[in-house]
Ligand binder design. Structure first.
Ligand SMILES: [Mn+2]
Length: 436
C-alpha cells in the first residue's frame, strides 16, 4: 500500500444542457454562449485534470439537468470521460436527483476507466497505474426522490488505503435545497472515510476539515440565483500510514465560462445623473475585474433615498430599449470580458423632506428634533462619549479601542458619522411608509 500523495478532482452539479430560464431580451450571440456554458465549464474541469495529471476525477451527481437528457449532453459526457480515460485518468460518477438512473439514457458503453455507481452503495477499488491504493464508495439515485439516509449505508465499508465516498445529499437539512438523501455531519464522520465528495448544494463549501467533507457547488452558474465564482475542488490527500493519520487539502478552482452578479447601488447622496452614470460604470469595472477575463451578466438594483428617485421613474429611463440598460450594454458584447446588464431595477425612495417631517407631531419628528439639538449644542465628541457611557458600552473590554477610534476622528468626520447615523435611523423609522 502506498503512502504517497494522491491528487484528484471533485466536481458536481454540472447540469449539462441547462436551459437558462428566465432570461428575456438577450442577444443571439449571448444566447448561443449561454447554451454552451455548462458544456464548456465541464470541458475546463477535464482539461485541468489532464493538464495537472490528476490521479482521478469524481462527479457527485446532477450531471444532467433533467431526466429527459438530450443526446447532445450524453454524447458530450462520454467524449469527456473518454478524454480522461485516454489520458489514463479514472473517473467515478454518481447520479443525483436531477439525473436519476430512471431517466432516459442511450444504451452506450462508458470508456474503460470510467465507473458509474449503481442504485445501492457500492465500493470499488481505486487502482492507479496498476496498483490498488484504496476504495471509492458511491451511490446513484435510482429515482429522483430519495428520502432515506443513504450516508448511513456507507458505514463499515472502509478498506485499506485511501477511502473516498461519493454522494448527492442534503447534509444538515439545508432549507434552500430539497431534502434528498438527508443526513447529518455525524453520519458522515461515523463512516470513517478520508473524503466525502458531496453534491446537491450549488454553492462551494468545505463543510468539515477532518475528514474533508466538501460541496464543490455547480461548475457553471445558471441564473441570477447562482452568483459569483463557480468551479470544482482540486484535492490532495496523503493516506494514513501506520500511526500517521491521513492529511488532505482542497483548493477551489473556478471553471465557469460566464458569471452572474447581483449588485445593489444606493442613490443616496447622488446629486446629478452624472453621479449615477459614474457609479454604474464603476460597478461594471469592479465586476469585470473580479471575473478575470470571463463575461458577466450583471443585475443592478438601485436603492436608497435620493434626488435621483424621480428621474428613475421616468418611463423607459431604466429598462426601455433606449434606456439606461440598453445604452450601457451597447457594444459591450463585442469584448470577450463583457459585463452585460441583465436587469436594472429600482427600489429607491424620494429624498426626505426633513423640515416638514420635523414639524409634525409624531415620533419621527421627536427623533429629528433630538438629533438636531444634539448637533447644534456642539462638542460632538463628548456628546457621543456620553451616549456610549450611558449605554454601558464604554465599560466593556472594547472601551479602549472605541476611545481610540473616537479620538482619531476629525471634527468633520465625526459630524459626518453622526449625520449618517441619524439618517440611517430615520430611514429605518420610515421603512414601509413610502409603500403605502
Ligand atoms: Mn444540482
Amino acid at each position: 500500500m502506498i503512502s504517497q500523495k494522491i491528487s484528484f478532482i471533485h466536481c458536481a452539479d454540472l447540469h449539462l444542457d441547462s436551459p437558462f430560464v428566465g432570461l428575456s431580451d438577450i442577444s443571439q450571440p449571448l444566447g448561443t454562449r449561454l447554451r454552451k456554458a455548462t458544456f464548456q465549464a465541464f470541458e475546463n474541469v477535464v482539461s485541468y485534470a489532464i493538464k495537472n495529471r490528476s490521479d482521478f476525477l469524481v462527479i457527485s451527481g446532477d450531471i444532467y439537468d433533467g431526466a429527459d437528457r438530450s443526446v447532445r449532453a450524453q454524447v458530450f459526457l462520454l467524449n469527456q470521460l473518454k478524454r480522461l480515460s485516454d489520458a489514463g485518468i479514472p473517473s467515478f460518477i454518481a447520479h443525483g436527483n436531477h439525473d436519476a438512473l430512471s431517466g432516459w439514457e442511450m444504451d452506450r458503453d462508458l470508456p474503460p476507466l470510467a465507473t458509474r455507481f449503481g442504485p445501492e452503495v457500492e465500493s470499488v477499488p481505486l487502482v492507479l497505474r496498476g496498483e490498488t491504493v484504496g476504495t471509492v464508495h458511491g451511490y446513484s439515485y435510482p429515482v429522483r426522490d430519495v428520502g432515506g439516509n443513504i450516508a448511513a449505508d456507507f458505514a463499515g465499508r472502509r478498506g485499506e488505503g485511501l477511502n473516498i465516498a461519493v454522494l448527492h445529499c442534503n447534509v444538515g437539512g439545508r432549507p434552500d435545497y430539497e431534502n434528498y438523501a438527508p443526513c447529518s455531519l455525524d453520519d458522515l464522520r461515523a463512516a470513517g472515510m478520508d473524503y466525502w465528495a458531496l453534491g446537491h448544494i450549488h454553492a462551494a463549501e468545505i463543510v468539515h476539515y477532518d475528514p474533508l467533507v466538501v460541496y464543490p457547488g455547480n461548475t457553471q452558474g445558471r441564473s441570477i440565483r447562482e452568483t459569483g465564482k463557480k468551479g470544482f475542488y482540486s484535492v490532495t490527500i496523503t493516506p494514513a500510514s501506520g500511526s500517521v493519520p491521513a492529511a488532505g487539502s482542497a483548493e477551489f478552482v473556478p471553471c465557469d465560462v460566464i458569471r452572474w452578479r447581483d449588485e445593489e447601488l444606493s442613490i443616496e447622496g447622488m446629486q446629478r445623473d452624472e453621479d449615477l452614470f459614474t457609479a454604474i460604470e464603476s460597478v461594471k469595472e469592479r465586476v469585470r475585474h473580479d471575473s478575470a477575463g470571463r463575461p458577466t451578466l450583471l443585475r443592478v438594483r438601485l436603492s436608497g433615498r435620493g434626488r435621483l428617485h424621480e428621474q428613475l421613474g421616468r418611463p423607459g429611463f431604466l429598462a426601455g430599449a433606449d434606456g439606461l440598460r440598453g445604452t450601457f450594454n451597447e457594444h459591450e458584447e463585442d469584448r470577450p470580458d463583457f459585463v452585460s446588464i441583465e436587469r436594472i431595477s429600482s427600489v429607491t425612495a424620494p429624498p426626505l423632506d426633513t423640515d416638514s417631517l420635523m414639524s409634525g407631531d409624531h415620533f419621527v419628528a421627536d427623533f429629528l428634533k433630538e438629533a438636531a439639538s444634539f448637533r447644534e449644542r456642539g462638542d460632538l465628541r463628548s456628546g457621543v462619549r456620553a451616549i456610549l457611557e450611558e449605554d454601558g458600552l464604554m465599560g466593556r473590554l472594547a472601551s479602549r479601542e472605541i476611545q481610540q477610534r473616537l479620538d482619531a476622528f476629525s471634527d468633520e468626520q465625526l459630524a459626518e458619522l453622526v449625520n449618517r447615523g441619524a439618517y440611517a435611523a430615520l430611514t429605518q423609522l420610515l421603512e414601509g411608509e413610502d409603500a403605502s
